[in-house]
Design a protein around this ligand. Structure first.
Ligand SMILES: [Zn+2]
Length: 139
């Protein structure tokens, strides 16, 4: 997986939609680490079941030996989602689109990656949780 800086223009795959990158990590040291609000992880799991822009092959985590991490996703939290083979795409209130590898869930949960706050808010918004405005992120 080619690393792209957070909030740089998405160019991994062809798309008609302008999007910004989130979570295409290059190395374990190069990213912001913080505790991420659990609700952000929850909504990313919900959204992950959509398997946006599914790839033919798998990307593995660069930081650990885990092979094909799987999470329970979807609205009911009971859909097995394989991480590393698709993207999660969200839209912020200002219309900005973001594209993250679904491995971002693993990066947050296991490697303390902290995505940009605007992405977290966009994910919550996209998942349709009304409390987005009240979401408190670590600062
Ligand atoms: Zn890992």
């Amino acid at each position: 997986m080619t690393p792209h800086p957070d909030l740089a223009r998405y160019a991994y795959d062809e798309s008609d939609q302008d999007m910004l990158n989130v979570g295409w990590l290059a190395s374990e040291r190069g990213h912001r680490t913080e505790i991420v609000d659990e609700r952000v992880l929850d909504v990313l799991k919900i959204l992950s079941a959509a398997y946006d822009n599914q790839m033919r092959d798998f990307h593995l985590c660069r930081f650990c030996d885990i092979c094909r991490p799987v999470v329970l996703g979807g609205p009911a939290g009971n859909t097995e989602v394989w991480l590393g083979s698709a993207e999660i795409r969200v839209q912020g209130a200002d219309g900005t689109h973001y594209a993250a590898p679904n491995l971002v869930i693993h990066y947050i949960a296991e490697h303390r990656y902290c995505p940009p706050e605007e992405f977290c808010r966009a994910a919550v918004r996209t998942a349709g949780i009304e409390a987005a405005g009240e979401l408190t992120l670590a600062d």
